[in-house]
Write a protein that binds this ligand. Sequence first.
Ligand code: ATP
Length: 457
Amino acid sequence: MSASDDSSPVSSDPVVAADPGAPDPDLFDKIVNLSKRRGIVFPSAEIYGGFRSTYDYGPVGVLMLRNVKDAWWRSMVQKRHDVVGLDASILSPPAIWEASGHLANFTDPLVDCRSCGSRHRLDKLEDPDTCPTCGATGQFTDPRQFNLMFKTHAGPVEGAGHEVFLRPETAQGMFVNFANILYTSRKKPPFGIAQIGKSFRNEITPGNFVFRTREFEQMELEFFVPPADATTWYEYWCQTRLQWYLDHGIPAEKLRLRAHDADELSHYSSGTSDVEYLFPWGWDELEGIANRGDFDLTQHAEHSGEKLEYFDQANNERYVPHVIEPAAGATRTMMAFLMAAYDEEQVNDDTRTVLRLHHRIAPYKVAVLPLSKKPDLVGPATELFSDLAETWMCDYDETQAIGKRYRRQDEIGTPYCVTYDFDSLVDQAVTVRERDSMEQVRLPIAELHAWLAERLT
Ligand code: ATP
């Protein structure tokens, strides 16, 4: 679709190929309902009738989204000596988008149905001749290229010279800061710049909940390498990024790496693969990994007049590094984690809904539950909460019967519930219940921290 779309010479077979089973057609509605009911994601501006394609992350969702981004940052920046971080501005001058090609090429083909007036993105239609809204055939207008960038004005005077854009990707911030970072960080290729932040695209057909929205968050890495090593690094990042989703709890049969076909190829790219997840509507993209060659740095060097190169002293050689770009969506990934974790099981006569989330992604790690609201228990239970909250994001709940409270924690994926009961006052021990197995153990409070640390780290 975009300036970053391109293709790959590597195998078009999925790397992970197992029978994923049929996607659950009700799963989508279940996730949307759970999100609303439990404060994960709310439709935006609801009291004003809503504002299409915007969502607010509620008390539970904000924790989960933050955990997705922290997990990415931990793997991509914290644990690597060859990657540094950046937080670049969202507002940006036209010059950047002129150089990157977005002003000319960041477009999607738009068609209108003459019969019902609905609008569609031509490249996403199952049948390019039939309107999915009203079923009319042969009624589409000729496709028009629609630029997806949001334009606004900086300062009090509107008009030419004051135009600015909301970035449609975080990547350009990394390219325009390449020289700054090269000199200040003293890194040398191969090295990367990573960034997490909001991006904005005036999507023709936003939809599927937070899968495609006009405002969303991205997690992107630009990895600068000597040209001769680009293919090796491209393959390395394809495998590393696929593994990241597996390591964080997405089952292998719901995940695949799909190399782009030749007709998806951008002229500057020698390879792109998408990490795809099996959503209820089929396989769809979570992340694109692209071998972008020297396109970005060369474009910005030409348009800005600044040299964007690396001088390799050891070999007395000057070159423009090539770029490997793993570009993921944080909000889209959070949705995949929700879907992969959602489970319902029969417990006695009851259906238990449980989010079997990876510990790192789970919004709360521990819930502290005093068995009763009596001050005798609430006092020490809140003390225990304060102690555990020094280390982990903890919930505290003293309402309703204990069984109901366990279920409420299961629904938002809390791995451990710690119940403080009347015996605790005497034996200085608590009951710890594990989310997936529902098994309970009695532990001395003095050992609780170490016990949890062993399981949550
Ligand atoms: P698509 O073809 O689905 O429009 P794209 O290939 O243009 O997406 P990229 O430019 O590669 O997407 O962006 C990298 C990642 O950012 C995507 O894999 C996706 O996870 C996320 N992303 C892109 N557009 C959106 C959006 N409108 N809403 C939510 N996430 C998005």
